[in-house]
Design a protein around this ligand. Structure first.
Ligand SMILES: Cc1cc2nc3c(=O)[nH]c(=O)nc-3n(C[C@H](O)[C@H](O)[C@H](O)COP(=O)(O)OP(=O)(O)OC[C@H]3O[C@@H](n4cnc5c(N)ncnc54)[C@H](O)[C@@H]3O)c2cc1C
Length: 398
């Protein structure tokens, strides 16, 4: 990892130790992830490896066996995982950022005990099922419906592009009341009769992350699996996306760091015109640009993490929420685009070798593209940020 002059809030010895566990898991993961990437198969060894190193329960409170990370530490951990690749970081985004941590924030004590303990050990894998084939940027237009039954709810519909949905675990998911039209959030276990998840093939990148199309056919959800109150679905979804976007932004720092590290090594060893290419000034320009992107992205993402931590400490404070929400949107937008540009530069530094998926820049180049689409496309975030300055009356959509 390239050391940064930027520091988060001072870390305790315990926190440093947690990051060392994450680092050890990342090192073990690398050759395995390499193999799955080239085979283009889902890597199902991420959870076992991170569990073995006691490094999987990122944001899950220690009382449930998690690592009890605070937000700045979580950002550092996601940054480290992102350096290994956007597929494993996406696994963590789904399992923790928009999966288990939603239960930490919104679940009742029974749900927390039942699900968080299993999530912290990696025994049950989590995901977040919001997007549908015809409801992407506007998830509030979802078609998935529920009816109330004597024991709970009957769900019908389906979701698309859902990470970790084929891992046999649990999804935080959303459906509309067929009578009132209001949207609620549910926990749906993969062994619920009528639940079916199929892997989506032929993706541009993220081949080792399991992204699925999910069908709910008459899925009976017990009453105790309603998350939050009825009708709170979109509130829960948007609060999950704050944590999710921060994770994507943090992972993007890892992409830039890895692109820079790989490019520095290649620039020192590859020779053309009788000298290492790192001595050619136009190659130095690529390196310099990556380095500036690395530190500027870190500065913004770390600042957003601090604001999120302030909001988490006082979750009734709407002002703190708004400040964190917009800074996270800015950090995610800036970070994913900086990562895409850094990957572009790294491919260029590697020349034809950058065009090979056996080299890391090519993978980052393909994988970083997804980050500009999921958890708020570039366009949706640009408008959200602009409106936060213009005022709500300028909202282009709601
Ligand atoms: C690899 C991958 C993994 C994913 N994982 C998950 C997951 O785990 N869970 C989940 O719920 N979802 C997931 N998604 C879905 C993702 O969140 C959506 O793809 C995203 O929200 C965009 O929706 P869409 O693809 O339907 O695009 P659309 O909404 O159809 O948008 C198409 C284009 O139009 C633009 N556009 C749309 N509306 C506007 C507007 N009002 N103004 C300006 N431009 C607009 C968009 O920015 C985009 O460029 C994943 C997607 C990918 C690619």
């Amino acid at each position: 990892m390239i050391d940064s002059p930027l520091v988060l809030s001072k870390m305790t010895e315990e926190q440093v130790e947690v990051l060392q566990h994450v680092d050890a898991a990342c090192r073990e993961l690398r050759p395995i992830e390499d193999r799955y990437y080239l085979e283009r198969n889902v890597n199902r060894e991420v959870a076992p490896i991170f569990s073995k190193h006691n490094a999987i329960g990122f944001l899950i409170p220690t009382e449930f066996g998690g690592l009890g990370m605070d937000v700045p530490l979580y950002v550092r951990a996601m940054e480290r995982v992102g350096q290994e690749g956007t597929s494993p970081r996406t696994f963590f985004s789904c399992h923790i950022s928009i999966g288990a941590s939603v239960i930490s924030y919104w679940g009742d004590s029974n749900q927390q005990r039942r699900y968080l303990t299993a999530a912290a050990k990696g025994e049950r894998i989590f995901g977040f099922g919001l997007t549908e084939p015809d409801a992407g940027s506007n998830p509030a237009s979802m078609q998935t419906e529920f009816e109330k039954t004597t024991g709970g709810y009957l769900l019908n519909g389906g979701k698309k592009w859902i990470g970790n949905a084929a891992e046999g675990g649990t999804l935080v998911t959303f459906a509309r009341d067929s009578s009132s039209g209001k949207i609620s959030a549910f926990l749906i276990d993969a062994d619920t009769p009528g639940y079916r998840a199929e892997l989506i093939r032929h993706k541009l990148g993220l081949p080792t992350a399991g992204t699925c199309e999910v069908t709910y056919a008459n899925c009976e959800i017990p009453r105790e699996n309603l998350l939050g109150d009825e009708g709170q679905g979109m509130k829960i979804a948007y609060s999950a996306l704050m944590s999710g976007r921060l994770g994507v932004a943090a992972g993007s720092i890892g992409i830039i760091a890895d692109c820079l590290q790989e490019s520095l090594a290649y620039s020192r060893s590859r020779e053309q015109f009788g000298k290492p290419i790192g001595r050619h000034q136009l190659v130095q320009r690529h390196l310099g640009r990556m380095a500036v992107k690395l530190e500027s992205t870190r500065a913004l993402v770390y600042a957003a993490a601090e604001r999120k931590a302030e909001y988490d400490a006082d979750r009734k404070n709407q002002k703190l929420r708004e400040v964190a929400d917009i800074l996270i949107a800015q950090a995610k937008y800036f970070a994913v685009n900086a990562a895409q540009e850094a990957a572009h530069d790294a491919v260029q530094v590697f020349g034809a070798n950058g065009f090979l998926l056996t080299n890391r820049p090519a993978r980052h180049y393909a994988d970083a593209r997804a980050c500009q689409i999921y958890e708020g496309t570039n366009e949706i975030l640009e408008q959200k940020i602009a409106v936060s300055y213009l005022g709500k009356e300028f909202e282009a959509f709601n």
